[in-house]
Structure formats: structure tokens, C-alpha cells
Design a protein around this ligand. Structure first.
Ligand SMILES: C[S@@+](CC[C@H](N)C(=O)[O-])C[C@H]1O[C@@H](n2cnc3c(N)ncnc32)[C@H](O)[C@@H]1O
Ligand code: SF4
Length: 351
């Protein structure tokens, strides 16, 4: 026979206590969320109403981090989504302190980006960070993404041993298109430079990668032959992304709307290049929240609202606190193939 809660005083009391607990738990979690000092990351220990501690299973580890230590650049790509809003660069010892904090929090791969990372101190600042990450922190993977225009052979001689991967951005093999995009400085050939760097990578045993942004200016191009000839370890192909405050909206330094392509057109580009085995595609959806981005102040940038909202700096509040404001989508990071063989020692490349 069934009996209702109302008919059993004992059950009635249990029901009231449990309801009260649920209300208190809900109020407590909201206070934690809205009070900055109390807000906990998905990695942190969340105090429960009965005094126990619940270790979240969804702990965010900064396995792979992109540090945009400078925003300055010598190129003027019209679609750029990380623009020169400040000229700030941390002092070397502070940047190294932050990198050490990240390593202690579980970082395995660091990627240095910008702006143009070879611009500051003619690449020496970058070289010292690369050296520190490999030799002192012993990171499995140290990489750079660059437009390639400022790299000298001397840099490879000095720092090449400590670099696993060098990605050079190239959106077109037609110089006129590169000029239209702004992926150039003066009349220098971006493509000739790409070939020169590819050869240095081979000579100095650095894995060579290419990044391309697919946009209205290059979407009809067939790059198959050129990419197969250059034979990078990975060819990242991005659908041009809009970020409010960077390349869209009133405050932005770039207006990238005229570069944006539809998902369908992006898919057609991918199909045309299906014969390139190293192609790794990234649609807007895959790209938006699947990168852990640190800006020039070592603040994580949250792109969930379509703009880059900064956390506090890891130098002030630590990694655990700052990363809870990163908006990082770890599942998408794995779906887009963010974790791969990223140490050159494990790549079995023929040099
Ligand atoms: C911001 S750049 C900084 C590094 C370097 N200056 C370069 O261009 O390689 C990092 C990467 O983001 C890509 N990128 C820039 N703007 C983009 C956009 N709107 N959508 C997708 N990728 C973009 C660049 O092509 C490059 O591969
Ligand atoms: S995408 Fe172009 S403008 Fe933006 S940082 Fe890289 S080279 Fe400079």
C-alpha cells in the first residue's frame, strides 16, 4: 500500500529538512558565484552544505597554453583578431614566473603568439622564453606561431634546439592576394620567405607547421600542390573568426566583416583540399572556446560572449583562480585534435 508524505509525520520531517538543505545549497552556490573572492573554478574544491568537500571531476588543467605576450605587429592583416590595443610586454622575469606557475598547474605545451612574437627585442625576448621553457621547465612541447617576416637564421642557431614546432601563417600562394589581405610588409614576398623558413626548420631540426585563415579573398584558391611541396607536419585551416572589440564592433582596430565566409563555403574549401593528409580544419565553432589564451598581462581571455573578456592575471591570483574565468571548452579542445604528438623528439621526422 502506498502512503503520502502528508500521512507520515516522520517522512514529512525528512522532506522539510531535505528541502531546506537544497534551498541553502542553492543560495550558497549563488553567493560563491557572484562574490569574486569566493568564486571557485571547476578545478577547485567546492565546500558542501554538510561540510564535506567535493573534488570536481571536470578539473581544468592548463595542458596547452597560448601566450600572446605582445600585441604589436609589423603586418596589417585585415581580419586580425589579436590587435595592437596596448604595447605592453611583461618584464622577462615576470613572464618566466608566470610560465613556472603554469607548469606547476600542469602545463605540457606552450605556444608563443602575438602580435608578432619575433618583433620584441628582435626575437631575443622570445628566444629566452623558449630556452627557459625547454631547459628550466622541461616542457614536452614549445612552439611559436609567427608571420615569419622577422626571423633570421641566427635565431635558429641560438635557440632552435629548444623549439619543437614553428608555425608560419600563410593565407595565400598568390602575392597579390597577400597584399590585399595585408599579410605583408612593403613589397617583400611572403611566400619566398615561407620557403626560406621551411628550409631552416629542416636544417635546424624544428618541426614546420603552416596556419591559413580562409576568408573571402582566398576561399576559391587551390593550395594543394603548394602545401604538399612544403610538407608541413600540420596544416591548420581556420575559418575567419570575428571577435568583438578586436576585428568587429565600435572599439575594434580592424573591420573584418568583409573577410567572413559562410560555413558551407568553408566546407567546400576543405573538400577541395581533402587530398592533403596533414590538414587540420577549424570552423568558427571549433575554434572559439577551445584555446586557452593568455594576453600580455597573463590574463586568460574568455571568448564565450563573442569578445575577449579578461580574467585577473595569474601573477596576481594564481592559475586556479584565473582559469575559472577562461571560458575554456576542454571537450572541444580534444574534439578539434588539440592534443597530438607535440614533442619533436616523438615525431620521428626525417631531418
Ligand atoms: C593573431 S596571429 C599572431 C601570430 C602571428 N602574427 C601570425 O600571424 O602568425 C595567430 C594566428 O591567428 C590567426 N588569425 C588571425 N586572425 C584570425 C581570424 N580573424 N580568424 C582566424 N584566425 C585568425 C593568424 O593567421 C595566426 O595563424
Ligand atoms: S594575424 Fe597578421 S596582423 Fe595579426 S598579429 Fe598576425 S601578422 Fe600581425
Amino acid at each position: 500500500m502506498q502512503f503520502s508524505v502528508i500521512e507520515s509525520p516522520m517522512l514529512m520531517m525528512q522532506f522539510c529538512i531535505s528541502t531546506l538543505c537544497n534551498i541553502l545549497a542553492s543560495v550558497f552556490s549563488k553567493i560563491c558565484y557572484w562574490t569574486p573572492g569566493l568564486r571557485t573554478s571547476s578545478t577547485s574544491s567546492i565546500p558542501q552544505i554538510d561540510g564535506e568537500v567535493n573534488q570536481s571531476k571536470n578539473a581544468t588543467t592548463p595542458t596547452s597554453v597560448n601566450y600572446h605576450f605582445t600585441r604589436k605587429c609589423n603586418y596589417k592583416c585585415g581580419f586580425c583578431f589579436h590587435t595592437a590595443k596596448t604595447s605592453f610586454v611583461l618584464p622577462l622575469d615576470e613572464a618566466q614566473r608566470g610560465l613556472k606557475l603554469l607548469k606547476e598547474a600542469g602545463m605540457e605545451k606552450i605556444n608563443f603568439s602575438g602580435g608578432e612574437p619575433f618583433l620584441h627585442e628582435k626575437g631575443d625576448f622570445l628566444g629566452k622564453l623558449v630556452q627557459y621553457c625547454k631547459q628550466d621547465l622541461q616542457l614536452p612541447s614549445v612552439s611559436i606561431v609567427s608571420n615569419g617576416s622577422m626571423i633570421k637564421e641566427k635565431w635558429f642557431q641560438k635557440y632552435g634546439d629548444d623549439l619543437d614546432i614553428l608555425a608560419i601563417s600563410c593565407d595565400s600562394f598568390d602575392e597579390e592576394t597577400n597584399q590585399l589581405i595585408g599579410r605583408t610588409q612593403g613589397k617583400k614576398s611572403h611566400v619566398d620567405n615561407l620557403h626560406k623558413i621551411r628550409n631552416w626548420c629542416q636544417q635546424y631540426k624544428v618541426a614546420f607547421k603552416i596556419n591559413s585563415v580562409i576568408n573571402t579573398f582566398n576561399v576559391d584558391e587551390d593550395m594543394t600542390e603548394n602545401i604538399l611541396q612544403l610538407n608541413p607536419v600540420r596544416w591548420k585551416v581556420f575559418q575567419c573568426l570575428l571577435i568583438d572589440g578586436e576585428n568587429a564592433g565600435e572599439e575594434a582596430l580592424r573591420e573584418a566583416e568583409r573577410f567572413v565566409i559562410e560555413e558551407q563555403v568553408f566546407q567546400e574549401f576543405l573538400e577541395r583540399h581533402s587530398g592533403v593528409p596533414c590538414l587540420v580544419p577549424e570552423s568558427n565553432e571549433k575554434m572559439r572556446n577551445s584555446y586557452l589564451i593568455l594576453d600580455e598581462y597573463m590574463r586568460f581571455l574568455d571568448c564565450r560572449e563573442g569578445r575577449k573578456d579578461p580574467s585577473k592575471s595569474i601573477l596576481d591570483v594564481g592559475v586556479k583562480e584565473a582559469i575559472s574565468f577562461s571560458g575554456f571548452d576542454e571537450k572541444m579542445f580534444l574534439v578539434r585534435g588539440g592534443k597530438y604528438v607535440w614533442s619533436k623528439a616523438d615525431m620521428k621526422l626525417e631531418w
